[in-house]
Design a protein around this ligand. Structure first.
Ligand code: SF4
Ligand code: SF4
Length: 363
């Protein structure tokens, strides 16, 4: 599996480090627990893989206390791949039967249904089948398919208004497999990725709604040697490319806060495109002091909402406050998972595509 970190090597780099990124980890900050900093978790892994201490339940819990946000790597002069190292180390917890309950149940559901929701996705996709030829097959991601049908409807409306009609792809019944990766079940992830890539053989291009799925296809699959025949772009990229064809509407008279979702920003490097879309849709945008590559996390990744539910909500609460303490400022983000996390934290939040829909349909 080329491109995956060597757990022994990367964990020893952190163990020898004077905690240079100590302020960066949202889990450590939300729990006020330094042993859950990137340094603390990687040092624990180092001790286990070098045989200095056995893997116990506490260490297993610690290596699951990572959202995979990649923020520590942004502040690391070695660009040490902490998240993928910790996810790799989760395999040891699986083998030792020490996987936290939330992660184990997600894995069990996935093994049974091939997605983390336990739903049969084929019939859901069939109900969205396009009635006419479309320019872009849409891959919404199973989270939107199961939980946010309104977001899918809004995406289709905005795509039409931008002259880039989309229709839900047949292949949308496949989960990208990210939960398997986050659970440390790397062999199952590789096998799942191969089957997904095969399903896409006759699809030359797809617009992906969920930034986490797009990151998985574009960045994780290649690390597992899985080649993709399909051009995978995010809905944000497709809409940005078609922004010159967007209807001439005045911006909505609103002040919103923008959150760089981890997989969209640090994961795929998409910082300017969502901002350009947002700048057309509203009159005022506020941002957190730490943004783009250094942006905070909403707490939704790495199975943390399953393994540490209260911490994941606290991470979202802190990040929303970082963007604006004013609860009247709606948080806008380009990732459905982040939107849901901010809502769970009691903050008014909206997906970028939903806001664009309000902009293009205003009367
Ligand atoms: S990620 Fe980099 S800065 Fe942070 S503890 Fe590891 S080596 Fe040090
Ligand atoms: S990837 Fe994010 S959550 Fe994980 S250790 Fe680094 S900063 Fe913390």
């Amino acid at each position: 599996m080329s491109g995956l970190p060597d757990v022994k090597e990367t964990s020893s780099t952190c163990a020898a480090c004077p905690k240079a990124c100590r302020f960066s980890c949202p889990v450590s900050e939300a729990t006020q627990n330094e042993s859950l900093s990137a340094w603390g978790k990687m040092s624990a892994v180092h001790h286990v893989v070098t045989g200095q201490r056995p893997l116990d339940a506490d260490t297993a819990a610690a290596i699951h206390a990572c959202t995979g946000c990649g923020r520590c790597t942004s502040f690391c002069s070695h660009e040490n791949p902490v998240a993928n190292t910790l996810f790799g180390a989760r395999q040891h917890a699986v083998s030792a039967g020490l996987q936290p309950r939330g992660a184990a149940s997600t894995l069990a559901t996935f093994q049974q249904a091939q997605n983390p929701f336990g739903h049969e996705l084929g019939s859901l996709v069939a109900s969205w089948r396009a009635q006419r030829p479309v320019r872009y097959p849409l891959f919404p991601g199973c989270s939107s398919l199961v939980k946010r049908p309104a977001l899918m409807e809004q995406t289709l409306t905005v795509a039409d208004a931008f002259g880039a009609p989309m229709g839900v792809a047949k292949t949308a019944s496949k989960c990208c497999g990210y939960p398997l990766f986050a659970a440390g079940s790397f062999e199952a992830f590789a096998s799942h990725a191969r089957s997904v890539a095969e399903a896409f053989v006759e699809t030359p291009e797809v617009a992906v709604l969920d930034a986490g799925c797009a990151y998985t296809f574009r960045k994780l699959y290649p690390q597992f040697g899985v080649k993709f025949p399909t051009r995978m772009r995010t809905v944000v990229e497709v809409l940005h490319e078609n922004l010159p064809h967007a209807p001439a509407r005045p911006p909505l008279p609103e002040r919103v806060g923008y959150h760089d979702a981890c997989h969209l920003g640090r994961g795929l490097g998409l910082y300017d495109e969502p901002r350009a879309l947002l700048a057309r849709a509203v009159t005022a945008i506020v941002e957190a002091p730490s943004m783009r590559r250094e942006a905070g996390c909403s707490g939704g990744g790495g199975l943390v909402p399953r393994t540490m539910p209260e911490t994941s909500v606290e991470i979202a609460r802190r990040q929303a406050a970082e963007i604006s303490e004013d609860s009247n400022v709606t948080v806008v983000t380009g990732c459905p998972t982040s939107t849901r996390m901010f809502e769970r934290a009691g903050r008014r939040a909206i997906d970028l595509v939903s806001l664009l829909e309000r902009w293009v349909t205003q009367t």
